[in-house]
Design a protein around this ligand. Structure first.
Ligand SMILES: Cc1cc2nc3c(=O)[nH]c(=O)nc-3n(C[C@H](O)[C@H](O)[C@H](O)COP(=O)(O)OP(=O)(O)OC[C@H]3O[C@@H](n4cnc5c(N)ncnc54)[C@H](O)[C@@H]3O)c2cc1C
Length: 456
């Protein structure tokens, strides 16, 4: 999305999500005052809320777009109660810049710090610590919304709870999130102790996840481009905050300094043939060998562990103009290993190769959540180049996921159908009822909601 600097601006731009598929040409309205946003809402028949466009598919596409990027003020940092109140267009990076030097961190962060607080709530994002800390909304105490009627409304677990629970993970369909209050957690330093566990099969990998219960963060990389005796190799990375005694004297000098890493830009879309799976296969083998030879454990700054891809801005252009899709599913614990094996085998046998696969563990989820993605079990994200045959493969994968009681993540989706949505999200009807109450004419919608047809 082109940047819009002026207050109260409407631009027409070609817009995409992070996957660069699909694209749409939309008017984008942005303002730094909720008063002007309200005026605009009242003049429009349909709108789509948009944060920083880091969801992969079409959830923040539509026409016109109501951007929250102009609402970028941090209103209060209450150290006594360990809460932040900010406007919805504030990026996680902006929060961390303020809180880390003061000794606080966000309880949940996704794989990039360049998302807005609005997007974090609307997709109810999860991190590498879901099994311990839940998803973002678990730490939200209160929100202010701008509704389709132009009214502003406060909601929390006790005030308008139906609106609160439908908004957490509600993909912007209940109204426009304007302000959010959420908890932060204390930290002693910016350093994490990380450790790698090398696994020669999925069963070793799942076993390692279960065995390592004391780690605060767990994430695994799977090499699904090479298979030996039906087995895929993987590396489980565990992390926990460093204790001060573990840190070198040099690190102790800057315990709470946010290190700004040098960033690189991919200047243009690479031709789609560039990212050949055979090239990635070789890269994977090298990665395995290099990591195997490296030290078993290390102390690294949080950004290297949580946001490794943020140093290469626009890395999505590596996939070429046709874009790419991330297929992220979750399976309940009981079927997670069996289902992951079935899915990786299906992908391995197809011509559509998965270039990056990541496995994470989910813990208990709040039973009040209506459309949040996590459920207790394991989640796998698979990155694919967009090809003419990919959607047929993903339809097959949907069947496996749904048969085993899982679901697909809307924040990554660009092709799911209504059946998959209805089966995967059993509280969909309750969600639809809340949408009918607060957004009765479907003024707040999105290209994704229209395509799937999941709000009535
Ligand atoms: C490199 C990378 C890594 C990622 N890793 C993870 C991860 O580990 N875990 C995870 O959960 N996600 C992950 N994501 C996905 C990303 O965190 C979510 O899609 C997030 O919601 C994007 O936020 P955004 O501000 O860019 O919102 P957008 O993409 O602009 O919008 C996402 C959704 O939120 C709605 N929305 C945005 N702002 C508002 C608002 N103010 N009011 C109402 N609705 C609003 C939109 O309508 C849309 O439905 C990753 C994405 C990338 C690019």
């Amino acid at each position: 999305m082109g940047s819009i600097k002026k207050n109260n601006t409407v631009h027409k731009n070609e817009v995409t999500g992070w996957g660069n598929y699909p694209a749409s040409t939309s008017a984008i309205f942005e303002s730094s005052t909720v008063h002007q946003l309200r005026e605009y809402v009242l003049t429009q028949k349909h709108l789509t809320a948009r944060g920083n466009g880091k969801s992969y598919g079409d959830s923040s596409l539509g026409a016109p777009l109501l951007s929250c990027l102009g609402l970028n003020n941090i209103i209060d940092f209450d150290k006594t109660n360990r809460t932040i109140t900010c406007e919805s267009g504030v990026l996680l990076a902006q929060i961390l810049e303020l809180t880390v030097p003061a000794g606080y961190f966000l309880p949940v962060v996704p794989g990039t710090q360049f998302i807005t607080i609005g997007g974090a709530v609307a997709c109810d994002v999860h991190g590498k610590n879901h099994f311990a800390q839940g998803s973002f909304s678990k730490h939200v105490t209160e929100m202010k919304l701008l509704l389709a009627s132009g009214e502003t409304m406060v909601c929390s677990r006790t005030v308008e709870p139906d609106l609160f629970w439908a908004t957490c993970g509600g993909m912007g369909l209940t109204g426009f999130i304007w302000q959010v209050t959420f908890r932060v957690v204390p930290i002693e330093s910016v350093y994490l102790h990380v450790e790698n566990i090398f696994c020669n099969s999925l069963s070793e990998l799942f076993h390692a996840f279960r065995e390592n219960n004391s780690a605060e963060h767990k994430v695994a990389w799977i090499d699904c481009l090479s298979k030996k005796n039906k087995n895929y190799k993987g590396i489980l990375t565990l992390a926990r905050p460093n204790t001060l005694v573990e840190l070198s004297a040099k690190k102790k000098l800057n315990l709470l300094k946010v290190r700004m890493k040098k960033t690189f830009r991919v200047p243009f879309y690479l031709p789609s043939w560039f990212l050949q799976w055979r090239l990635v296969q070789i890269f994977n083998r090298i990665k395995w060998l290099v990591q195997l030879r490296a030290k078993d454990s290390a102390s690294i700054p949080f950004s290297d562990f949580f946001f490794p891809l943020d140093t290469i801005l626009d890395w999505n252009k590596l996939y070429g103009r046709k874009g790419f899709l991330q297929y992220q599913f979750v399976l309940p614990t009981l079927f997670a290993e069996e289902g992951t094996q079935l899915i990786l085998d299906e992908v391995f046998a197809s011509n559509d190769k998965c270039l990056l696969a990541v496995l994470k563990q989910f813990g208990d989820c709040d039973e009040n959540a209506l459309l949040s993605f996590p459920l207790k079990g394991f989640t796998v994200s698979l990155d694919f180049k967009r090809t003419d045959t990919l959607f047929a493969l993903l339809d097959k994968l949907d069947e496996v996921v749904l048969k085993l009681g899982g679901r697909i993540y809307l924040a990554k989706d660009a092709r799911m159908n209504l059946t998959a949505m209805e089966k995967g999200y059993p509280k969909l009807q309750e969600f639809q009822n809340v949408v009918k109450k607060f957004n009765p004419t479907k003024k707040f919608s999105s290209a994704q909601a229209e395509r799937i047809g999941y709000i009535k």
